[in-house]
Design a protein around this ligand. Sequence first.
Ligand code: GLU
Length: 467
Amino acid sequence: MTEVVTRFAPSPTGYLHIGGARTALFNWLFARGRGGKFLLRIEDTDLARSTPEATAAILKGMDWLGLDHDGEVVSQAAGAERHREVALALLEKGAAYKCFSTQEEIEAFREAARAEKRSTLFQSPWRDADSATHPDAPYAIRLKTPQDGETVIDDQVQGKVTIRNDQLDDMILLRSDGTPVYMLAVVVDDHDMGVTHVIRGDDHLNNAARQMGIYIAMGWDLPVYAHIPLIHGPDGKKMSKRHGATGVEDYQTLGYPAAGMRNYLARLGWSHGDDEFFTDDQAKEWFNLEGIGKSPARFDFKKLDNICGQHIAAAEDAALLQELEEFRAAKGEDALTVSQRDGLSRGMYCLKERAKNFPELLEKAHFVMTERPIEVEEKAAKHLDPVSRGILDTLTPHLQNASWSREELEAVMNRFAEDQGTKFGKLAGPLRAALAGRAATPSVFDMMLVLGREESLARINAAGGAD
Ligand code: GLU
C-alpha cells in the first residue's frame, strides 16, 4: 500500500481561522494515524493579498495547536517555473492550446451570449485553430476540457458528485503574461508532493472537477477527495466574529489548552460513536473519512468548555505548568517567580479540578500567586471582623502543634469549632480571607496543605492580631 500523504494548504491572507485549523487537524490526524506524512504548503501565489505576517500567524497557530508537519514548508509561489513547465507540457501533448482572444473579445462574447440567452461560458475560437493561423500576439494557455460527458468526483464525504463537462469552460492555465493560475499550481504541487488524500473545505468542491481535468490530461493518479462542510455558529449561520472568537490565536489567549482544542475541533464535524472526550492517540487511531458528517457542524462554546475542563483535569501536572507558563508568556505577562512555580506545582492536583481554561485555573491559584502582606478584597474583608480575627488568634496555637496532614488538620479544625460552639463552616470565611484574601478559593485544607505550616500560620497570624 502506498504511504498516505496529506497536506494543509492555507492562503496567507489573514490569521488562522478556526475552520482552517480544523482542516489542518483532520489532515494531521488522518496522516498520523496511518504512519503517513502531513505536509504544509503556503498558497502565496496571490502576491497582492499574501503577507509574511499572515504566514507567520498560520505557523504560530499550527505550532500552538501541536500540528507538526513533515519536511519544509512549501511556498507555492516559489514553484511558478514548475507550474509553467506543466502548462507547456499540456500544450505539447495537445491537451491545452494557445488562446489569443483579448479581454475585450471575451467580454463581447459574453455580452452576445447574454443577449441571446446562451451559456456565457467562454468558448475560444482558438481551441481547434490551425497553428499556421496563429498571430504574433500574446496568448494564454487554456486546458482543452472535454465538451461532452461528465466529470464525477468520487468524494469520500459528499458521495459521488457529477458535473457535466459542458458546464466547465476551458480554463486558463497560464495567463498571457506567463504567470500560472492558482488552479494549476494546486494540482502540480499536490502531484509533486505526492499527496494521496485531499481533505479540505467543501467550498473547493467545484474546483475539484476542474482540477481533475489537469490530472487526467497529465495522466497522473487522482488523489482521494474529501470535502468537509463548513463550521457554523450556534445559530446555524456561517461561523463569524459575531458568534465569538474565530481565530485560533484567540482561543490560545482565552486560555484553552491545546489538547482540549484538538479534541473539540476533531469532534466538530467528525464523530466516533458517542465519544466526546479522547486523547490524541485515540483520535489518531479512530479518525477516518467515513466519520465526517455531510452537514455543517455547529460550534458549541459550552461543549468546548466542558471538553477543555476535562483535558485540564486529566493533564500531567508538570505539562500543565509548562502550558500555563507559555500561556502567560503569550499574553505578555511576567514569568513566574520560583515560589509561584513551586506553589503551582504543589497545588496543581487541586487547581486543575473544575477549571475550564487557564484564567480560571490561575484565579483559583491566586493564593499561591500572591504573597504576604495578603491584600484582602472587599468581599472577603467582612470575614475579618474583630470577632473573627480573635478566633483566628485562638486557633493559631492549635495549628502550631498539628502534624500537617489533611486528616489531622480536619480533626483539629473540627475540634476547635466545637470548642468555640460553632461549625467549621463558620471558620472557613475568615480562613479564606486570611490565606488568600478572597471569599472564593479552593478548600481551606488544600490551601493550608499547599502553603505549608509556616506560610499558613504566618498568614493566619497576620490576619488575626485582634486590635
Ligand atoms: N488555499 C486554499 C484555501 O486556503 C486551499 C486549497 C486547497 O486545499 O486545495 O482555501
